[in-house]
Design a protein around this ligand. Structure first.
Ligand code: ADP
Ligand code: ZN
Length: 435
């Protein structure tokens, strides 16, 4: 099975743009009539629904932000009557108050189809068994992947997160070929397999579909070699639908966006001016077909770039390059911008340390300090002090040349840092309140 919906996934670009344009025109009319927030925003800039005639007018529309959702908590931005809403989800509230999203029956169907397309991109088919270790609940990860797997006709194993021993047993007993979880949990599972005295030969895993948090290419290499699988990146956010907004195909070079439903733009994060392909900026989405809570030019605060390069897989869907991080995850250390994913790359490219780390940022005597704790491998830990010292020096130098600020590296003993079952918390910024 090469595609879930070849007609859409391989549609000529000109046809896709016509389809998107028509959907946009209808969407704007609908939200103007049903959602006071949009009507007010458009009235404020004297924009009428009839001014939006196609994709070329997208830039005229006002942006939407998380704060708009918070201000209208819980149902203020819903465009469908409450009786048509069949499900609610909420963002994981990494920052501040919850944001709630509602789905109609049709929204759930489209989302499931988007995930089914993603699963096929990574090689799944109706015969596949798919182990889902994302959390089930208000978080969209578990149920999103679950409905997609069922839509495809595959076998969904709804394990949810936690209870690692049981996860291993089920992975072995059911011989699942696909594993869905966060990349940090995949690393934890790999470690637990070794600890349990098992090997990958005990399992039938072929691929992992990992997302919900930023992860570097170095992390991909680590996971692929530890679990002996292909590791694919999947992207999504609850405001747009959940997982399945975009996913990698066999090429593993950018995630095809399901752009007949979720229209992407990259904008300059300061001026909000649209940027072209291959330029990094803030990712913005317009949901072209959503009924429950349609979003227009929703600012994700995720930094990425888009590519319209022809893909060898045959899909014409635009690709989203790996997410560098969220603008609000970016650390500004002594005036230099640093992303946790850059630090992760340096650590994981170094032989002798494990993919378990934590970043501490502090302010001491008015000076920002960066301290990185990383676990030594068992081998390094049992090495002589001078070997450890050598590695410590190398890591300190590599880090400085990669991120441009000096960091204090602390090599800690194996298995001493906390493990994550969902989204990993890799950074503690202790400067808050000291500014
Ligand atoms: P919250 O904003 O509360 O974390 P979600 O659970 O909906 O809400 O998470 C969505 C966010 O997770 C995205 O905006 C993005 O920052 C991050 N994310 C999801 N998938 C990926 C991915 N594949 N790579 C990097 N970041 C991702
Ligand atoms: Zn492709």
């Amino acid at each position: 099975m090469n595609y879930y919906d070849k007609q859409i996934e391989c549609m000529p670009r000109s046809e896709m743009e016509v389809l998107q344009g028509e959907r946009l025109v209808n969407l704007v009319k609908k939200v103007y009539d049903t959602v006071p927030l949009y009507r007010d925003k458009m009235n404020a800039i004297k924009l009428k629904p009839s001014d939006i005639k196609g994709l070329q007018d997208m830039h005229k529309l006002p942006f939407t932000e998380k704060q708009d959702l918070r201000n209208s908590y819980p149902y203020g931005m819903f465009a469908a009557p409450k009786k048509d809403i069949v499900r609610l989800h909420a963002s994981s509230a990494t920052t501040g108050k919850l944001t709630v999203v509602g789905y109609t029956k049709k929204d759930i169907d489209i989302w499931a189809e988007a995930v089914a397309r993603c699963l096929v991109m990574t090689g799944a088919n109706p015969e596949s068994t798919i182990h889902i270790a994302y959390g089930y609940g208000l978080f969209t990860g578990g149920l999103g992947m679950h409905y997609g797997a069922e839509k495809l006709g595959a076998t969904a194993v709804p394990v949810s997160s936690g209870n690692t021993q049981k996860q291993l047993q089920l992975l072995q007993d059911f011989q699942s070929e696909f594993l869905c979880c966060t990349p940090s949990y995949a690393v934890y599972l790999a470690e637990s397999i070794v600890k349990a005295g098992m090997t990958m030969a005990d399992f039938n895993l072929k691929a992992g579909i990992f997302g919900a948090e930023p992860w570097s290419e170095a992390m991909r290499n680590t996971i692929e070699s530890k679990l002996k699988i292909k590791a694919y990146d999947i992207y999504g956010l609850s405001e747009i639908c959940g997982p399945g907004v975009a996913c990698e195909c066999a090429e593993q070079s950018g995630m095809h966006i399901n752009e007949d439903h979720y229209f992407p733009e990259i904008v300059d994060s300061d001026t909000l001016e649209p940027l072209g392909y291959n330029k990094t900026g803030e990712l913005v989405f317009t949901t072209l077909t959503k009924e429950g809570i349609p979003l227009i030019r929703y600012r994700t605060f995720d930094l990425a770039s888009l590519s319209d390069e022809k893909c060898k897989c045959g899909r014409t869907l635009v690709k989203l390059n790996k997410i560098a991080g969220r603008t609000d995850d970016m650390l500004i250390i002594r005036g230099v911008n640093v992303f946790p994913s850059q630090i992760e790359s340096v650590l994981l490219n170094c032989v002798g340390v494990e993919p378990h780390y934590h970043i501490y940022v502090d302010r001491i005597d008015n000076l920002d300090t960066l301290e990185i704790h990383v676990e030594m491998s068992d081998k390094l830990f049992s090495d002589e002090a001078k070997e450890i010292d050598k590695l410590h020096k190398k890591l300190t130098n590599d880090m400085l040349s990669a991120i441009g600020v000096s960091a204090k590296i602390k090599l800690v003993s194996p298995h001493s840092l906390a493990r994550s079952e969902g989204k990993a918390k890799t950074t503690t910024d202790r400067r808050k309140g000291k500014l």
